[in-house]
Ligand binder design. Structure first.
Ligand code: FES
Ligand code: FES
Length: 349
């Protein structure tokens, strides 16, 4: 819209009555509007340019509600809305209420309840009642009075209009209950639906798709949802076959095979009780020299603790000798004396 105005010669030349061309979508039909003064109201354009005279021109200042229409689902006074600003909106007027079959249930209820005398306020009232029942399928009288307080009627008063609201609400609810009863009976007599074909579509979805009447958040929908066949339950998966035991660490990124034994905890033996760091408090068998297998610790007796004599000197084949510090060897002596202590056989001392 802004671009249209800026590109319009009238706007650029300072014309005090710039015009614009746009398209209104009224009751689902595209209605082009050409060279219309941008100050024209939606009420004016509907009546004078598009020939939709259902909305009435009462006060032209938003007081009487005779011009009520819906713009994007919102009830507005058409006399207060610049038509050019509604160019991208969905507009519903009283002409859209009645289908090919004549008056809508709201219009018929207004007529039946004696809410129509001169009829000038009636199109606005019908739009207001229609809008209310779209938002609230079972309005209280207070809610109905609040919804209709912007629509003035100087002929009949408002008792008829309020009665019409309750009549339509009760009739719609009765119709929905009848449809649900029929659906329940049909479900009871129908062939059982295979679980795989069970539908996830709720009755609310059906209503929104136009297959059932749309009554806002009717509690009947919750009742209707109970009629939906239960969903198929997923089949239990058969147990995985056992995989062969594997003792090594699995490759990085591969699944741990069934039966895999991890590396034993520190201090515990895996399969050779004699090997490994002993558990706390158990005898220690030292690690054998490099190249000697762990499995036969008897092959290796290990070095005696520091300072302790060999347990079995006969079996010990290590060299046992000492020097006196001057290059003399003393085969009979098997330990180096402490520093400063002379050897007893030291003849050179
Ligand atoms: Fe619009 Fe009266 S004409 S409110
Ligand atoms: Fe005449 Fe309402 S019927 S103003």
């Amino acid at each position: 819209m802004t671009d249209e105005l800026l590109n319009h010669p009238g706007a650029l030349t300072g014309d005090v009555r710039p015009t614009a061309s746009y398209t209104l979508r009224v009751n689902g039909v595209e209605r082009p509007v050409s060279d219309a003064w941008i100050g024209e109201s939606l009420l004016y354009v509907l009546r004078e340019r598009l020939g939709l005279a259902g909305a009435k021109d009462g006060c032209e200042q938003g007081e009487c509600g005779a011009c009520s229409v819906q713009v994007d689902g919102q009830l507005v006074n058409g006399c207060l809305v610049p038509a050019a600003l509604a160019a991208d909106s969905e507009i519903n007027t009283v002409e859209g209420l009645s289908g090919a079959g004549g008056a809508s249930d709201v219009q018929q209820a207004l007529a039946d309840s004696g809410a129509v005398q001169c009829g000038y306020c009636t199109p606005g009232l019908a739009m207001a009642v229609h809008d209310l029942l779209q938002r609230n399928h079972r309005p209280s009288e207070v809610e109905a009075r609040q919804a209709l307080c912007g629509n003035l009627c100087r002929c009949t008063g408002y008792r008829g209009a309020l009665a019409a609201v309750q009549t339509v609400a009760e009739a719609r609810e009765a119709a929905l209950e009848a449809e649900l009863d029929a659906a329940e009976q049909a479900a009871a007599t129908a062939e059982p639906v295979a679980p795989a074909q069970a539908t996830e579509q709720s009755f609310a979805d059906l209503a929104l798709a136009g297959e059932l009447p749309l009554y806002a958040d009717s509690e009947l929908w919750h009742e209707a949802d109970q009629l939906i066949p239960p969903q198929a339950q997923p089949q239990a998966q058969p147990p995985r076959p056992a995989e062969p035991a594997w003792s090594g660490t699995p490759a990085h990124g591969t699944a741990v095979p069934v039966g895999w034994e991890p590396t034993p905890a520190h201090g515990t033996a895996a399969d050779a009780a004699a090997y490994g760091t002993p558990a706390h408090g158990t005898p220690y068998l030292p690690t054998p020299p490099h190249g000697i297998p762990h499995q036969d610790p008897g092959v290796y007796e290990g070095a005696p603790p520091h300072g302790a004599p060999q347990q079995d000197p006969g079996g010990y084949d290590g060299t046992v000798y000492a020097t006196d510090g001057y290059g003399h060897q003393y085969p009979g002596y098997d330990a180096t004396p402490a520093h400063g202590i002379r050897l007893p056989e030291d003849e050179n001392a």
